[in-house]
Write a protein that binds this ligand. Structure first.
Ligand code: NAP
Ligand code: ZN
Length: 347
C-alpha cells in the first residue's frame, strides 16, 4: 500500500480538505508516479460539487497529472524509474471493444475507468485523481513526457490540451480556416494556441472584455464580446469551424449563425444544465452541431509530442494545495489566467 497525501471533496457542498489516500501496490503492468503538478479543470469542479449527477465521496479530483516515475511493475516496458510521465482523464478501459482496439478508449463500451469518480476494474474501488502526491496507474494509460519541458505548464495538456486538439484534428482545421473559440478559459486558451499553430485565423468569443489583450497575446486574430447581439452581425456565415468550451448554459444561436454552409460547431464545454437550441440556424446552411470527449491514448501522446515539438504550453497560475477552494471560486467567476495548477509538493 502506498500512502498518498491528497485533497478531497467530502460532499457536494463542503470545501475540499486534506485527505489521506491508500494507493495499491504496483501490479506487473503498473507504474508509480510521484506527482509534481496537477491542473484544475472545470470538470473537477462540476464533479466535486455533484453537478453532473452522483459523485462518489470523498472525491479526490484531478486529471491533468505530471510527475516522476518512482517504481515500475515487472512487465512494464515503456517507463523506468526516473522517467517523466503524465496521466489524463482515463486510467483503465476494457481493452477489447471496438473503440478500445482503435485506441479511442474514451468511448469504451465495456468498463471505462475515469481517473476519478469511477470504479476500478474490480467494480468496487473508487478511482481517485491527481490532487495527491502519488498515483499508481497501468502503463498503457500513462504518457511519455520529454525531459526539459516546463512541467507545470505541461500538466493541463493532459485534459485541456487533448480535448481541444482532438476536434481540431478531426475536423481538419488548417491553414486559412476561420475558426471561432467560444469561452477563453482553460480549454479555450489552448484551443486558441493549437488552432493558431495549425494555421487558422482565430476569433475568440468571450463574455469578459478584460481578456481582449490576453486573447491577442495568445495569438487570436479577432476578439468579440459575446454579450452584445450586434457584435455577431458582421460574422454571419463566415466561420469554417467553432469550438465551444463554455462551462454553463448559453444560447448557441449566434454562434451557429456565424458558421458557413455545412460547417460544424463542436461542443466540448459540458454545461450541467440544458442549453438553448433553436433549430432554424442549423437548418439554414445545413450546419452541424457535434460533441467531442477528450481523446484516446494514441492521440493524447500525439498531442503531447506535437506540443513539445512546437513548444506549446499552457498559461498557468501555480498554487499550493491550500488555495484549491479559492481557485475553484475564481475559475467559476472566469478569473483564471488560464489554468490553475497545484504544486504537489504542498500537499
Ligand atoms: P473554464 O476555465 O472555467 O473556462 C470556461 C470559460 O467559459 C470561462 O472562462 C468563460 O470564458 C466562459 N463562461 C463561463 N460561464 C459562462 C456563461 N455563463 N456564459 C458564457 N460564457 C461563460 O473551464 P474549462 O476547464 O476550460 O472547461 C470548460 C468546460 O469544458 C467545462 O464544462 C468542462 O467540464 C468541460 N470539459 C469537457 C471536456 C470534454 O472532454 N469534452 C474536457 C474537459 C473539460 P469568458 O470569460 O471568455 O467568457
Ligand atoms: Zn478536464
Amino acid at each position: 500500500m502506498i500512502v498518498s497525501k491528497a485533497y478531497a471533496a467530502p460532499s457536494a457542498t463542503k470545501p475540499l480538505q486534506p485527505h489521506r489516500l491508500e494507493r495499491r501496490d504496483p501490479r506487473p503492468d503498473d507504474i508509480v508516479i510521484e506527482i509534481a503538478y496537477c491542473g484544475i479543470c472545470h470538470s473537477d469542479i462540476h464533479t466535486a460539487r455533484g453537478e453532473w449527477g452522483p459523485t462518489i465521496y470523498p472525491c479526490v479530483p484531478g486529471h491533468e497529472i505530471v510527475g516522476k516515475v518512482v517504481a515500475v511493475g515487472k512487465k512494464v516496458r515503456r517507463f523506468k524509474p526516473g522517467d517523466l510521465a503524465g496521466v489524463g482523464c482515463m486510467v483503465d478501459s476494457c481493452g477489447t471493444c471496438k473503440p478500445c482496439r482503435a485506441r479511442e478508449e474514451q468511448f469504451c463500451q465495456g468498463h471505462l475507468a475515469f481517473t476519478y469518480n469511477s470504479m476500478e476494474s474490480d467494480g468496487k474501488t473508487p478511482t481517485q485523481g491527481g490532487y495527491s502526491t502519488h498515483i499508481v496507474v497501468r502503463e498503457k494509460y500513462a504518457f511519455r513526457i520529454r525531459k526539459g519541458v516546463p512541467l507545470a505548464r505541461v500538466a493541463p495538456l493532459l485534459c485541456a490540451g487533448i480535448t481541444t486538439y482532438s476536434p481540431l484534428k478531426r475536423y481538419k482545421v488548417g491553414r486559412g480556416h476561420r475558426v471561432g473559440v467560444v469561452g477563453l478559459g482553460g480549454l479555450g486558451h489552448m484551443a486558441v494556441k493549437l488552432a493558431k499553430a495549425m494555421g487558422a485565423h482565430v476569433t475568440v468569443f468571450s463574455t469578459s472584455p478584460g481578456k481582449k489583450r490576453d486573447a491577442e497575446r495568445l495569438g487570436a486574430d479577432a476578439f468579440v464580446i459575446s454579450t452584445k447581439a450586434a457584435n455577431f452581425e458582421p460574422l454571419a456565415g463566415t466561420l469554417d469551424f467553432i469550438i465551444d468550451t463554455v462551462s454553463a448554459n448559453h444560447d448557441f444561436t449566434p454562434y451557429l449563425n456565424s458558421l458557413k454552409t455545412d460547417a460544424t460547431m463542436v461542443l466540448v464545454g459540458a454545461s450541467p444544465e440544458p442549453n438553448q437550441l433553436l433549430a432554424m440556424p442549423l437548418l439554414l446552411g445545413r450546419r452541424r452541431l457535434a460533441g467531442s470527449l477528450i481523446g484516446g491514448t494514441r492521440e493524447t501522446q500525439e498531442m503531447l509530442d506535437y506540443c513539445f515539438r512546437k513548444k506549446i504550453y499552457c498559461d498557468i497560475e501555480l498554487i499550493p494545495a491550500t488555495k484549491i477552494n479559492e481557485a475553484y471560486e475564481r475559475t467559476i467567476r472566469g478569473d483564471v489566467k488560464y489554468r490553475f495548477v497545484i504544486d504537489a509538493s504542498s500537499f
